[in-house]
Design a binder for this molecule. Structure first.
Ligand code: GDP
Ligand code: IMO
Ligand code: MG
Length: 432
């Protein structure tokens, strides 16, 4: 397999973890490059469901190095719970200690980041973003304001102490004076930071330069994205986005091995679109069809348990996502959700409701999105259970017609088709 990045190509939850887990069997080194525990990634193996937030999905294999890169933000409490839950499901402690590595450069989500995420949302009122409340925005804000606490800081007591003297008064002022929230004493923060040091110590990869150099020179690398292109801080439906870069380019930054390490970018698309949180959604279905997709697709958020909004596949977004996401191949998931549908729609353009103008180009200013309605091309359903089909040729003709149209419309090969949550429920249309 080429060095590959798995990129969410819509609004997150496309089934990236299933694809990452699958491809991880052919990789040696799996690296998460952005985001934090806002991600909720599900892998199903032999009917057992594993949930990941920060840990790369490759941890289920015994001999794969799983690296949490510099571009990640880590909420320690969540990390601790995640490891404990995975251990309770049988992933061995030794496996974590041997295979899981954390970049010392990753930023830590501090308790005030969680407070400020909630307070920021309350402040926005009806304009809220609908964040996962995992402190993502405030942690990245501080990182870029150069007042973040990184994992490596935990291991230098004096420097950490000095850093806190700069950061804490500033944070307390914001908490108290801007939002009227509880402040933190230096002693309680130092105590927390000592706990964090103990928590992370077994995993921190101080020789990360050698480890990445070795990966770059000798290993097959799989970059695991979180969220999706339309939640990208630069290219997504700003401001209804996350605070990092899920696009393939983000892997070059957050992964730390440069852009030329990436040889293939697999964009994971669902056969329809879902979105959790607020923000415009041109192909959203608020009728029975949307409910049917939501029910059959079991569309609930892994991190927050929220019902996901559902709609038809948006080709305008998909073309844009291929461009800015840097996508070179497609994995299409959840095709099986349409097994009982008589017809399936695909949005191929937007019509401006005021002027009647048609556009095939994605309008980046989201305030304009409310002016558009989708223009659909309709396909016949197949009314066949495809969940056990292993070869592309065995798919019903109507499914192939839909897939081939999509492939030529996007001008990118569909290499993987997923027909169920399990590893086994996968069709490789082309070798990856
Ligand atoms: P991620 O965040 O992109 O990794 O995706 P999530 O795990 O949040 O959501 C995808 C959901 O769809 C999970 O419950 C998966 O187990 C499930 N899933 C993945 N691929 C398929 C598929 O092809 N068919 C069906 N029915 N479920 C799938
Ligand atoms: P995975 O990796 C779907 C959404 C939130 C909200 C917006 C900003 O499982 O695909 P944040 O907490 O990041 O500040 O929230 O982004 N969001 C996701 N939606 N899947 C995710 O991750 C998401 N991570 C964040 O719902 O709309
Ligand atoms: Mg998810």
């Amino acid at each position: 397999m080429k060095n590959t990045v798995v990129v969410g190509a819509q609004f997150g939850d496309e089934g990236k973890a299933k694809i990452t887990d699958l491809l991880a069997s052919n990789a040696d080194f799996i690296i998460r490059y952005q985001g934090g525990c806002n991600a909720g990634h599900t892998v199903v193996v032999d009917n057992v469901k594993y949930k990941f937030h920060l840990v790369p999905s490759g941890i289920l294999y015994e001999n794969k190095t799983c690296f949490i890169g510099a571009g990640i933000v880590i909420y320690p409490e969540n990390f601790k719970n995640e490891i404990e839950e995975l251990m309770a499901q049988g992933v061995k402690k030794e496996q974590f200690e041997k295979n899981l590595k954390i970049s010392p450069l990753a930023n830590i989500t501090m308790p005030w980041h969680i407070d400020l995420d909630g307070a920021g949302e309350d402040n926005l009122g009806k304009n809220k973003i609908g964040t996962t409340k995992k402190g993502i925005g405030p942690t990245y804000t501080d990182k870029y304001a150069r007042i973040g606490i990184r994992i490596e800081d935990l291991f230098n007591d004096e420097a950490l102490n000095n850093k806190l003297d700069i950061i804490l008064p500033l944070k307390n002022k914001t908490l108290d004076k801007v939002y009227g929230l509880k402040t933190y004493t230096k002693d309680e923060v130092l105590e927390k930071l000592r706990e964090y040091k103990e928590l992370f110590a077994p995993y921190v990869c101080f020789d990360w330069q050698d480890v990445l150099r070795d990966a770059k020179e000798n290993k097959t690398i799989l970059f695991e994205g979180a969220q999706g292109v339309m939640l990208d801080i630069d290219y997504g439906t700003y401001p209804f986005v996350t605070s990092s870069n899920p696009i393939a380019g983000g892997a070059a930054v957050g992964g730390g091995m440069g852009p030329r390490t990436i040889e293939e970018a697999i964009g994971v698309f669902k056969a329809y679109v879902t979105r959790v949180g607020e923000g415009p959604f041109i192909t959203e279905l608020t009728d029975d069809i949307g409910d049917k997709i939501q029910t059959i697709g079991a569309e609930f958020g892994v991190t927050t348990g929220r019902k996901r909004r559902c709609g038809w596949f948006d080709g305008v977004i998909a073309k844009y996502s291929v461009l800015v996401g840097g996508i070179t191949a497609i994995a299409l998931t959840k095709l099986d959700v349409f097994d009982t549908f008589d017809e399936i729609k695909l949005c191929i353009a937007y019509r401006n409701k005021k002027t009647g103008d048609i556009t095939e180009s994605y309008p980046t200013n989201v305030v304009e999105h409310y002016d558009f309605e989708p223009v659909y091309k309709t396909f016949k359903g197949w009314n066949v259970d495809i969940t056990k089909i292993k070869n592309y040729d065995e798919l019903p003709l109507n499914a192939k017609v839909y897939l081939e149209y999509l492939e030529s419309y996007l001008n990118v090969p569909i290499k993987i088709i997923s027909t169920g949550p399990d590893r086994e429920q996968t069709i490789f249309k082309e070798k990856v």
